[in-house]
Design a protein around this ligand. Structure first.
Ligand SMILES: Cc1cc2nc3c(=O)[nH]c(=O)nc-3n(C[C@H](O)[C@H](O)[C@H](O)COP(=O)(O)O)c2cc1C
Length: 186
């Protein structure tokens, strides 16, 4: 069984990202096709990128980088749960991504986004970054609308069909995460 990390990209006080990610995790556990674990960037203890050498060289110098590398390496695939901030994904996520490199390679990823228009711009930008890391991104994605999947834009109340969307996205992430396994040096 592959292991999938569900990454909470929002770190701000008062965020809804943790609530959305817990819902994704609940749906994933019900799905049952993999092992799932929540990864909260807020708890990762990462400052803004402070490594002197680019991650590609794998010369990590900071204890927090080693801890984060071990976390990222422990998964076969990821589901990024991300808001849209100023038409892209949060800077905290970009910095966390940039800390390590090889640990991301040859894995699969899916996306759950939220925003006025479902956060789809955040995901489009994230897909581009995933390409640089050798992460295969699945087409199925979950776009949660602040208008239709939240009450008063803040209280998460997903429409019924969104659970099916999560399930479809997970099917693809699990299939691709498993298929890429021969390319990974464990
Ligand atoms: C700095 C900032 C910028 C935002 N920019 C956008 C945006 O470009 N598009 C959008 O749909 N929503 C935008 N929003 C609204 C967020 O989608 C909404 O506040 C969401 O709850 C943020 O996720 P979080 O609560 O998990 O941090 C923005 C919110 C913040 C805090």
């Amino acid at each position: 069984m592959i292991k999938v990390g569900i990454i909470i990209a929002s770190t701000r006080p008062g965020r809804v990202g943790d609530t959305v990610a817990r819902w994704v995790h609940d749906v994933a556990v019900k799905h049952g096709g993999a092992e799932f674990e929540l990864v909260d960037l807020k708890d990762a203890g990462l400052p803004h990128l402070d490594e002197p050498v680019p991650a590609l060289m794998r010369q990590y110098s900071q204890p927090h980088t080693h801890r984060w590398a071990a976390t990222v390496a422990s998964f076969d695939a990821y589901v990024f749960v991300t808001p849209e901030y100023n038409r892209t994904f949060p800077g905290a996520l970009k910095s966390a991504i940039d800390f390590v490199y090889a640990e991301w390679n040859n894995k699969a990823a899916g996306f759950v986004s939220y925003g006025i228009n479902g956060g789809v711009l955040a995901v489009e930008h994230l897909r581009n970054v995933m390409g640089a890391l050798g992460i295969a991104t699945v087409s199925d994605q979950v776009a949660l609308s602040l208008h239709n999947d939240f009450v008063d834009f803040t209280v998460f109340k997903p429409q019924a069909h969104q659970e099916d969307a999560v399930t479809g996205m997970l099917d693809a992430v699990i299939a691709w995460g498993g298929a890429l396994k021969p390319l990974r040096n464990d």
